[in-house]
Design a protein around this ligand. Structure first.
Ligand code: FMN
Length: 231
């Protein structure tokens, strides 16, 4: 039998997997998710068990698997300054698929599941260790390992300070395995005036590493003084 292969890629859903782990920085995850959806990307979302604590602490949202769409809508509508973001929750959330953190049979746990790559944001030192060592102790870590073995882009937005030697070694191991290790470290040259600007800078760098177009921050143009010019 001769199979026709020319239809293999015709509009097949190929999402970015976004893994949210339990480091401080749930506003970074919200900004990345908004950026991906604004760019028309499909998203598969994995929220670690520990990140529910940071989400609760930082936003007041109790994230529930059974009500993920509603909880995600509330989360994405919340800016880091405590004000509503301009994200259109009244409209559609876009193409988001949600997988429970303990579901090791979820689609993205296999390399044969189509995906563009994975963005772990924010990444806890525990997630960094788990991925560096290939532990796959939950879905987030499993998908990150799959992303590496499939040679797809993996961006790991680490959030911890200071860093101990173990984490530094794990970060080197991730870099050597092909991941982009991207500390959640905002810069001040882009003219930030609000907390959200700093969050958007980090989210924008995550999207840069993934090659997703966005307008989240003002890029350096080779001239000093940008930080004090009105945006
Ligand atoms: C409020 C709160 C803030 C935390 N912030 C960080 C952090 O910034 N970086 C980090 O590596 N871990 C942080 N942790 C610890 C992680 O949540 C913990 O190591 C957890 O095991 C991570 O699991 P996960 O990688 O499966 O999400 C924080 C925990 C809590 C409760």
């Amino acid at each position: 039998m001769t199979d026709r292969l020319d239809g293999m890629d015709d509009g097949k859903r190929t999402p970015w997997v976004v893994g949210v782990s339990g480091a401080s920085g749930t506003p970074y995850a919200a900004a990345v998710l908004r950026g991906l959806l604004a760019a028309g990307e499909s998203v598969d979302l994995v929220v670690s068990r520990a990140s529910r604590l940071t989400l609760l602490d930082e936003t007041g949202i109790s994230f529930r698997d059974a009500h993920w769409r509603e909880d995600l809508g509330t989360w994405l509508a919340r800016g880091a300054d405590g004000k509503p973001d301009t994200f259109d929750v009244a409209g559609s959330l876009g193409d988001v698929r949600y997988w429970a953190a303990g579901d090791l049979a979820a689609g993205p746990s296999s390399g044969s599941y189509p995906a563009k790559g994975m963005l772990v944001v924010p990444a806890s030192t525990a997630a960094v260790a788990g991925v560096a060592l290939g532990l796959s102790k939950d879905l987030l870590q499993r998908v990150a390992s799959v992303t590496l073995k499939e040679r797809r882009p993996l961006v790991v937005a680490v959030r911890e300070t200071p860093l101990n030697g173990q984490t530094l070694k794990h970060m080197v191991a991730l870099d050597e395995a092909g991941a982009v290790v991207l500390p959640a470290s905002p810069a001040f040259y882009a003219g930030a005036t609000h907390i959200q600007d700093l969050v958007d800078f980090v989210a924008g760098r995550v999207l840069d590493a993934a090659g997703v177009p966005h307008r989240l921050y003002r890029r350096w143009e080779g001239e000093l003084g940008g930080a004090t010019r009105p945006v």
